[in-house]
Structures are given as C-alpha cells and as structure tokens.
Ligand binder design. Structure first.
Ligand SMILES: NC(=O)c1ccc[n+]([C@@H]2O[C@H](COP(=O)([O-])OP(=O)(O)OC[C@H]3O[C@@H](n4cnc5c(N)ncnc54)[C@H](OP(=O)(O)O)[C@@H]3O)[C@@H](O)[C@H]2O)c1
Length: 325
C-alpha cells in the first residue's frame, strides 16, 4: 500500500515510518521542516513539505502522491508547556485536529482514498461516573472542565469527522518511549505531584505499540474507534511513583486538591483525581493487535533505564497495590 503519513516526523511518526516500511508499505511522509524531511528520506520515506492547515496544498499533495491510505499523526506539541490553561497549550493541535482533519478528509475524498486512520486520544475523554476503566461504548464526558473545553471539542470533532468518513480513530493513551517524553522533566524535578488521593486514572501506551496499532488498523475497514492503551490503566498514586523511580528521581510530592487547582487549574485536578482509564480489549480482539509493552510497570524501567524497582523501596510498595482493571 502507498501510505500518506501527515506528521511523519514527530514522536510517533518516527516510530511508525519504519514499521510501515517493514510491513511492506511505501510511505510518503510529511513535515513542515526541510531538516526533518531529510531525516524522513533517510528512514526510507518519500518526504514532503506540507502545512496541514493549507487546504490547497493538502489537496495537491494527496492528489499527486496517489496514496491508498492516509494516516493523520499531526499535532503541535513540541516544546509544549502545560499550565493552568490546557486550551492555550493545545491551540495549535486543536486546529490540526479540526481544520487539518477536514483538509485531509476533503483531499482523501477527491483522490478516492477511503482508508483513513487518525490520531485521537483517551485522556480526559470518558464520563467521570461509574467504573474507572472505559470501553469505546461508554459515554464521553460532557461535564465541562474549565480551560479544556476547546481541546475536548477538537478531539470530539476529529473522532466524529473521521468516523463519518468511514475512517478509524485511534484513541491513544499517554505516549512514552523516548528520553524526551513530556512527563520526564516535570517528574524528575518533582513538579508533577499526586493530587489529593491520586485516584484519577491514566492509560499509557509505548510509542512502538501505538505505531503497531496503526499498521494493524490500516488492514481493517472503518468506520471504527479504538482505545490504543496498555493493559493496565492505573491511578496516579500508582504510576507516578513508579515513573519517578524508573527515572531515578525522588518520589513525587503530594498536594491537596485546593492547591492543585490554584497551580494547575481544573484540568490538573480532574486528571489527578477523577479521570478514567481505558480498556484495549476491542483493539486486541478486532485488530489482532499485540503489545510489546503490556504495562507501564515493565515499560518505564525498560525505557528510562533505572532498572526494576528497588525491593522494599516506597515505589515498590505502591507498585504492589494493583488495581483490577
Ligand atoms: N497521546 C499522547 O500522549 C501524545 C500525543 C501527541 C504528542 N505527544 C507528545 O508531545 C510531544 C511532542 O510531540 P511530537 O514530537 O510528535 O511533536 P509535534 O510538534 O506534536 O509534531 C507531531 C507531528 O505533527 C507535525 N506537524 C506539526 N504542525 C504541523 C502542521 N501545521 N502541518 C503539518 N504537520 C504538522 C510535525 O511535523 P514537523 O514538526 O516536522 O513540521 C510532526 O511530524 C512528544 O513528547 C509526544 O510524545 C503525546
């Protein structure tokens, strides 16, 4: 298959391109930077300079490349700084998830390309009621989170537009797998605390497993939505000490909810105390997707290199409190 990967030079794109080539596909990979485009060529892709927000350029690029499938992995999160206003951090990404998705879908329709796989998200998405681990059938959260309304609307927009066009939306957990992952510095510097009881769930996914899901999804007909997460959704009070330990950092601080609200705003409080995790059962069942890193418990030490948790350490004690997912 000729696969057009929009956003081939980012954290996931750089893992995905080699996997697609390994699976026998030809890859047309886009970047907005000539330097990164040259790296794409070195990885075996046909590089293309493209701004996804330029509708005419997107249409021309897709028509001229004659792909069999399109993959949308474009976000604008390099150098993102997470503060009280989530929507400000995600403004560029939100445009890529709305206008960018529309531009690609229009181009796909004009070029007669029906296979379309796009990057979506599970974090912050599912309704904060009932069980802590959600499937794709569970309702999405409709209760507004101050400072994150636009970001959530953009994610919903992407899911709906892709599914309406017969494509596949992959709702990813939080990416990890690279030395410069976004959580690394804040956790190392103890700037990412456990909020309240630390009961908010997060789902994680290693970048290699996230990429493998795209390769599998390209072999399946849409429309569909899949949670692409590891086997172990977990509360912050479990995964955060484990991440700190894997990084060789001191254990995370604990802060009361009122202080977290002041420092990190409502999104930080929701994520730390109420957010739901996600189940990967549907993706495994329907896509035949298997994980190289079934849990962050093995993944964090494997990636960040501090080895297995020390016996008897605080991290190990918390690692022992497993949650039935
Ligand atoms: N689910 C998650 O947890 C999640 C999701 C996304 C990202 N992240 C994290 O965020 C951090 C930054 O991500 P990243 O390294 O992938 O960088 P990024 O800045 O988010 O870029 C991702 C891709 O989108 C492309 N892109 C950006 N703006 C574009 C535009 N206007 N038109 C077309 N393509 C555009 C980038 O291309 P160029 O920069 O080459 O132009 C790149 O290929 C990483 O740590 C990553 O793990 C996490």
């Amino acid at each position: 298959m000729r696969v057009f990967v929009a956003g081939a030079s980012g954290a996931i794109g750089t893992r995905l391109v080699p996997q697609l080539i390994e699976a026998g596909h030809e890859v047309i990979g886009t970047s907005t930077s000539p330097r990164k485009a040259a790296r794409l060529r070195a990885r075996g892709a046909e590089p293309l300079l493209l701004d996804l927000l330029d509708a005419g350029a997107v249409r021309k690029a897709v028509l001229e490349s004659k792909p069999d499938a399109i993959v949308h992995q474009a976000t604008a999160l390099a150098n993102a700084r997470f503060g009280r206003n989530f929507d400000r951090t995600f403004a560029g990404t939100n445009r890529l998830r709305t206008e960018g998705t529309d531009n690609l879908l229009v181009a796909a329709r004009k070029a007669g390309v029906s296979r379309f796989v796009a990057q979506s998200n599970v974090t912050f998405r599912y309704a904060r009621e009932g069980g802590m681990v959600k499937t794709e059938e569970d309702p999405l959260d409709t209760v507004p989170v101050a400072g994150a309304e636009e970001s959530r609307a953009a994610m919903n927009y992407l899911d709906d537009a892709v599914v309406a066009a017969g494509g596949v939306a992959l709702r990813y957990g939080i990416f990890y797998g690279a030395a410069n992952d976004g959580m690394v510095e804040p956790v190392r510097k103890r700037q990412f605390p456990i909020v309240g009881d630390g009961g908010g769930f997060m789902s994680w996914i290693h970048l290699d497993d996230a990429s493998a899901a795209v390769v599998r999804a390209l072999e399946h007909d849409g429309p569909a939505v899949y949670n692409i997460v590891d086997d172990e959704p977990a509360p912050a009070r479990q995964w955060l000490p484990a991440l700190a330990e894997a990084l060789g950092a001191k254990p995370p601080r604990r802060v009361p909810v009122w202080l977290a609200r002041l420092l990190a705003g409502e999104p930080g409080v929701v994520m730390g105390t109420e957010a739901r995790g996600a189940s990967n059962a549907k993706a495994k069942r329907e896509l035949g997707w298997t994980l190289r890193y079934p849990s962050w418990r093995q993944g964090f030490p494997a990636v960040y290199g501090a080895g297995e948790p020390r016996k008897g350490s605080r991290g190990t004690q918390r690692l022992g409190e497993r949650v039935a997912a």
